[in-house]
Design a protein. Structure first.
Length: 344
């Protein structure tokens, strides 16, 4: 169990740790037009016009995109920085965070300039619709819990640090509200590589964590995104693999959930309740459907494909895409990419 440390929490609440409190000067980024990026699980869809996929940004609903990268004069501030290797996180259209050169950086102006906030890098991060946020920041020794109640404008250290040699966050986090949340965790061995993976839960917004489940037989090489609909029911995706699991007891036990095909590789998933849910991904070997987005009405016993035309025009089942996907923005993005590739 990771416990609370009142002294460290109070000290940093008083300090405020506001975005913009830098340990070095701001780093300037340059924007250039780009094609629609590949949709990632951590894409941040802010509203019907604004979204971030990595460090590519749209302000017109996906019609045009701008890719942001460090100005040549500031490139040394982001050594080992390739944007595809260091995921970005955005709470609003203007406010976001990324890892670069052993530090966490923040922007308050939609990626035009970035300021250094903390030493270390982001292990995992999540926000609730109400604006509460949690971020795990660490180095090769420890990972700190940082919490926010104002969409990341200010951060405070909360609870005891995770010790990498014992157990620490792995990469995915999900919060139902300001209290209840889950993250993927791992026991790390030599060279900071995960040896065994599992799930931890919190009831106090990320200050105190308890490990709920270990993948004891190490049957999944990677744990991907985690999603919950209430206190007990959730999905766990296998990153880069054709596997998905569900829990009925809040994360203590997990069982396999059937997919549309044996070699369907998941990109993202969105459960609605214990029976209904949405997934998107791709087929590894052959085109078995004209869509890579599926809906199940019966907990995976059957999957219904959503056609790309229906996605683009918002008709049929596409009308019911989950609110978490912002009325199908990412689904239409994927559909548009597939159609563009087919025309080439």
């Amino acid at each position: 169990m990771i416990g609370r440390s009142p002294a460290s929490l109070l000290a940093l609440i008083l300090a405020g740790w506001p975005v913009g409190r830098t340990q070095s000067g701001p780093v300037e980024f340059l924007g250039s037009g780009t094609e629609a990026p590949s949709a990632l699980p951590r894409a941040a869809v802010i509203d019907r016009l604004h979204a971030w996929v990595g460090l590519s940004h749209t302000s017109d609903g996906g019609a045009t995109w701008v890719a942001w990268s460090p100005h040549p004069k500031d490139a040394t501030s982001f050594l080992n920085f390739p944007s595809w290797a260091q995921p970005s996180f955005f709470a609003t259209d203007q406010r976001g965070w990324l890892s670069g050169r052993d530090a966490v950086w923040a922007t308050n102006n939609s990626g035009r300039t970035w300021v250094r906030l903390f030493a270390g890098h982001i292990h995992a991060m999540a926000f609730t619709p109400g604006g509460s946020g949690w971020m795990g920041v660490g180095d090769h020794r420890k990972v700190r819990n940082l919490v926010s109640s104002d969409k990341g404008r200010t951060w405070s250290v909360c609870g005891e640090a995770w010790v990498m040699k014992s157990v620490a966050p792995l990469g995915s986090a999900f919060f139902l509200d300001g209290g209840r949340g889950w993250i993927t965790v791992a026991k790390y061995g030599e060279r900071e590589l995960p040896v065994i993976r599992g799930i931890a839960g919190t009831e106090d917004g990320g200050c105190t964590w308890n490990v709920l489940w270990w993948d004891a037989d190490n049957s999944w090489e990677h744990l991907g995104e985690i999603r919950f609909v209430d206190d007990t029911f959730g999905w766990l995706l296998a990153a880069g693999q054709g596997k998905m699991r569900k829990t009925l007891d809040g994360g203590f036990h997990w069982s396999d959930l059937p997919l549309p095909a044996e070699k369907f590789y998941l990109v993202d998933g969105c459960p609605i309740d214990r029976e209904r849910g949405w997934i998107k991904g791709f087929f590894a070997e052959q085109k078995e459907s004209d869509s890579d987005i599926f809906f199940t009405p019966d907990s995976g016993a059957h999957w219904q494909a959503i056609s790309k035309v229906d996605l683009l025009e918002g008709r049929g089942l596409a009308r019911d895409l989950p609110q978490q996907w912002r009325a199908g923005f990412l689904a239409r993005l994927l559909a548009g990419q597939a159609l563009n590739k087919a025309k080439r």
